[in-house]
Design a protein around this ligand. Structure first.
Ligand code: ADP
Length: 344
């Protein structure tokens, strides 16, 4: 649906070139919520703004539903942009206008009558749960309410795509969850494709179907959120996930654990139904290894359990290798964390 092809974006600043995007291509899937994650300066915001040409790429193409945005004249680009809503970190509401007028703003010049605009605004207020704030001014609203107005305004022209620029970064955790739930509802009920940028894995975990991990102007890893959470490959992705899976704390803890030469500490990552099988008793029985559980945790992502279990495996080298092979074949992804006295 949204195709980015060989996008490069270079900014010029005081005679210096800053390469914010260093040639990247990506296809965003229709109807999905895709989360772009990266640390500050990774290029997320630039990438998001290239999608609706708020930033014009230095080279490369942006193709939405088969239309090459780079080739549109300014009038057609304006029309296409109407079908792309945008939500901002600091809401970008007009302070001098009430909620209804803020939401109605994008409908200016739409050809709708005053009555039709009023009806649309009421419909949107109902959708975002702000019916009683119709005549309030932004200064009278909480952060979460302001963002709800921002979302209603973004939906005014019935877009099929919404771009969210750190939409929840200025909100407290509880409000963040309620705004993410609203975005999920919009995605499910209205079929709106959503692309959001964030520096918080919790946001991705809460609502995204796909994830794009950015660093230094490149896409370092991308894919289905369950695949990436259960088997991250890029070091940057592992770093982002470490807060969720306590990786650093686990490593510190493991340093102090004594492992005999014939033992290995192994991390098992499993997804969904693997959790229902009696693998631990099976490997002890069939592969003649001793398996003791050190600790484990489970995250539920998109209603799918993703578990991490750290176990100590003892036995002959051959038996341990066979055990690991057996687990991997059964989609329990293994990683040896400590081998004898070595931390891996
Ligand atoms: P992120 O959203 O991941 O924090 P940005 O896309 O904002 O990253 O920035 C990527 C890089 O581009 C950074 O080095 C930033 O300083 C630079 N940059 C962004 N916007 C501009 C601009 N308008 N002029 C010059 N440099 C910019």
């Amino acid at each position: 649906m949204i195709q980015l092809k060989n996008i490069i974006k270079t900014y010029e600043n005081k005679g210096q070139n800053i390469e914010a995007l260093k040639e990247l291509s990506f296809d965003f899937k229709k109807g999905e919520i895709t989360g772009i994650i990266g640390y500050s300066g990774a290029g997320k915001s630039t990438l998001l703004r290239c999608i609706n040409l708020l930033e014009v790429p230095s080279s490369g193409e942006v193709i939405i539903d088969g239309i090459n945005l780079n080739k549109l004249d300014s009038k057609d680009l304006r029309e296409t942009r109407k079908k792309i809503g945008m939500i901002f970190q600091h809401f970008n509401l007009m302070r001098s206008r009430n909620v209804a007028k803020n939401i109605a703003y994008p409908l200016k010049g739409s050809g709708l009558s005053k009555k039709e605009i009023e009806e649309r605004v009421d419909e949107l207020l109902d959708l975002v749960g702000l019916k009683d704030k119709k005549y309030s001014y932004p200064s009278q609203l909480s952060g979460g309410q302001k963002q709800r107005v921002g979302i209603a305004r973004a939906l005014a022209n019935r877009p099929n795509l919404i771009l969210c620029d750190e939409a929840t970064s200025a909100l407290d955790p509880e409000t963040t969850v309620s705004i993410l739930k609203l975005l999920k509802k919009i995605n499910k009920e209205l079929g709106v494709t959503i692309v959001l940028i964030t520096h918080q894995m919790e946001v991705i975990k809460e609502i995204c179907d796909s994830i794009v991990v950015m660093e230094d102007g490149f896409i370092k890893e991308e894919g289905d959120v369950i695949d990436i959470f259960s088997r991250p490959q890029a070091p940057i992705t592992k770093r982002f996930l470490s807060s969720i899976f306590n990786t650093e704390k686990i490593n510190n803890y493991l340093e102090n654990i004594v492992v005999k030469p014939e033992e290995k500490i192994v991390k098992l990552a499993y997804v969904g139904s693997s959790t229902e099988e009696a693998y631990i008793s099976k490997i002890s029985r069939d592969y003649n290894v001793e398996a003791s559980i050190l600790f484990g945790n489970i995250e539920i992502i998109k209603e799918t359990p993703i578990g991490n279990l750290i176990i100590k495996l003892g036995g002959s080298e051959g038996n341990i290798i066979d055990t690991i092979e057996y687990l991997n074949k059964n989609r329990i992804y293994t990683e040896v964390l400590k081998d004898g006295k070595k931390l891996i």
